[in-house]
Write a protein that binds this ligand. Sequence first.
Ligand code: ADP
Ligand code: ZN
Length: 732
Amino acid sequence: MPDSDATAPQDSRQLSVLIPLPLAGPYDYRANGYDDLSDGDFVVVPLGPREVIGVVWGEGQGDVDPDNLRAISSCVSASPLPPDLRTFVEWVSRYTMAPLGSVLRMAMSVPSALEPPRPRRAYQRAAAVPDGLRLTPARQRVLEVLADGPPRDAADLRRDAAASQAVLTGLVEAGALEIVQLPPLLPFGHPDTTLAGPELSGLQTEAAQALSEDVRARRFAVSLLEGVTGSGKTEVYLDAVATALADGRQVLVLLPEIALTPQWLDRFARRFGTQPAVWHSDVKSTRRRLTWRAVASGEARVVVGARSALFLPYAELGLIVVDEEHDPAFKQEDGVAYHARDMAIVRGQIGNFPVILVTATPSLETRVNVERGRYRRVHLPERHGVAVMPPIEAIDLREHAPPRGGFLAPPLREALSETLDRGEQALLFLNRRGYAPLTLCRHCGHRFGCPNCTAWLVEHRFRRQLQCHHCGFTVPRPDVCPSCGTPDMLAACGPGVERIAEEVESILPGKRIAVMTSDNVHGPDDVAALVKMIAEREVDLLIGTQMVAKGHHFPFLTLVGIVDADLGLSGGDLRAAERTYQMLQQVAGRAGRADHPGRVLLQTYDPEHPVLTALIGGEDEKFFQLEKEAREFGGWPPFGRLAALIVSGRDPDVVDQVAGALGRAAPDQEGVRVLGPAPAPFAVLRGQHRRRLLMKTTRAIPVQPLLGDWLAQIKVPSSVRVRVDVDPYSFL
Ligand code: ADP
Ligand code: ZN
C-alpha cells in the first residue's frame, strides 16, 4: 500500500491504535484504505520518526484535526489480540494506574512472534547420488545417517554423523544433499487426557470433583485448595486440568518462577504424556516466539509459567491454577506493579472460568476472602499415605547459648550429628545469603556500607567480596581498614549461610554439605540438579535460604533446623509475621515426607512470641486470628486499602520538593490517611534518592480516582519519577 498521505480523502475511516510504549492511551490514525481492520488487529504506524507495531483499539476518538492525522502504514498478518486479553489489559491498567501502553507491552512481549514463523532448514538425500562424488569418510557417514530416515536438521545431522557444517555444505554443492524446509518443532505436545492419574483417595476425589464441576460449568468461581505439603494438592488440581483439557479449553498453571522445575514438568509429562508449554523470563527467544504463537493459535493447550504468562494471547482459556498462591514472588515490583494472583482472578472473571488457588499456607487475604464467602475452600486435611507433619520444638537460645563464635546451639548440634549418623539427611534454614551481613573494624568501629544504598555490605567469603544485596555493588574484601588503616582487625558480624556451612564443617567433618541460595542456584535447572542430588542422597546436609522452602520432595530428610526463627518477626513490613509463619511452616513441611518421621528445631530468643507459639503448637487457626485482629485493628489490608507513591531521582533536593508538594496536595477526607513523605526504608537505592508516601483508606473507598486527582495536581520534573504501587507488598 502506497503512503497516500497527500491524496487520502479527508473522510476516510479513523482508528484508535494503542502502542506498546508508556503512553496513557491510544492515538488516532487514518485507516488509509485498510478499511476492514477490526479491534485487536496488529498494524504498523508512524510514531515520531519511527514505525512501530500497535494494536487497533476501537474507532478513532476524533480528538485530532483530521488534517494532522497520520496514516496507518501497513497491517500485520497475525491473528488479532483476543478481546478478553484487551479487556484484561484495560483492567490491569485502570487498577494499577500504569499507562495502558505499558500493560499492552506485557501482552506483546515477543514482537517477533507476529512475523511468520521461520521454517527449520533440514537436509535430505538427493534422489540419486551424483556420479563421481568424492566420498570421504565424513561424507559417507552423513549419507548413511540420512539413508532411510526423515530429513534432519543441521545440528542433529552434524552430531549423528560426526560431520562439520562444511561437510554438509559441500554435499549440497555437489548435489548429493538437498535442503528442505520443515515446520518449526514445538517444544510441547498435545496432552493426552485419557491417561489415568493415581487413584485418588475419598477426600481427594471429593475435592477434584468440586473443582471439575466449575470447569465443566464454565463459570467464574474461585476455590482455595488448601492442604499440608504432601496431601495431594497437585494430583487434585491436575485432575481439574484434565477436565478443562477434555472440555476443549486451554489451561494456565502459574507457579513462582523458581518452583518451575524440570521435576514439576516431568510430573506433568507423566500425567499427560507430553511436556506443557513453559513460560518464564529465562525461556529463549525462539521458544518464546513459538510459544506465544501456539498459545494464540490454540496449539498450546497448557501453559505453565511465572506471572507474566497471564498476559499471553490465549485463544480459549478455561482454567487458571495459581500454585503457591501465598508466594510474594507473584507481586511484580518493577514496571507495572501488579499481583499475579489477584490479576489471575480478574482474568477468570473476564473469561468466565474458574480459578484455583493452591497452597499449604494461605495468605491472610485469601483466608479472609474465604470467610467472606467469596472463595470456596477445598481442604485436604492429611498427608497422603503414612507421612505426618513433624513436631516442632523451640530451642531457647537464652538457655542454650551456642559456643563462642558459633550460631548453632548444643541441642541442634546433637540432633544434627545423630541424624547424619543414622544415614538420614538434615536441612538448616537461614534466610541470609553470604557469609556475614556486616563487617566492622574492631579498632575504629568502621562499618562497610554501600555507596549507592542505605545498606551494609554483605561479606561473601567464597568470592572474597563485600556485596550490596540491593544494587549489586561489590568490592574485594580488604585486609586493612580503609578508615583507620589498621590491618587484620576486620570482623564478620552475624551469620549468613556460608558461615553456617563453615560451622557445620568444623563440627561434622567429612559430611557432604550443599548450600542453596540465589548465589549458586540461578534458575529452575539448577534447582532441579540440586534437588536430584539430595533425593539421591549425594548430600548429607543442605543449608539454604528461602529457596529451600518450596515444595520439593526429600524423602530422607528427617531434621530441619531453623537457625534464626526471629529473623523477619521484627521487620517493619506489614506481612512480616505472616511471611515468617508461612516460610517456617513450608520449611517444616520438608521433613519426614516418606515413612521417616521428621523433627523440626527452631532457634529463638523469643519463644513466647505469638507467631512461634502458634507454629510450635500447630495452631494455624490461632495464628491467623491473631494476625487478622491486628490488621483489622489497624485498618490494614484486607480490611483497608493501601497505595504507595515512590518518588525517586538523583538529586535529593528535587526529590524532596516533589515529595513535599505531594504531601501538601494529599487528599484530605474522611476515611483517608496519608503517611509521609518519609525516606523509603532504603532511602538511597542504586544511587536514586527515594521518598515514600503511603495512602491508607477504608475498604469502601476506591483508591484509583483519589490517586488520579492527587497526581494531577503536581507537576513532576522529568528528572524525578513518581511510581504508583496499588496494594504494595514491598515497603522498600
Ligand atoms: P502436594 O501438592 O499437596 O504437596 P502432591 O500432589 O505433590 O502433594 O502429593 C504428594 C505425593 O503423594 C506425590 O508423590 C504424589 O504423587 C503422591 N500422591 C498424592 N495423592 C496420591 C494418590 N491418591 N495416590 C498415589 N499417590 C499420591
Ligand atoms: Zn547498594
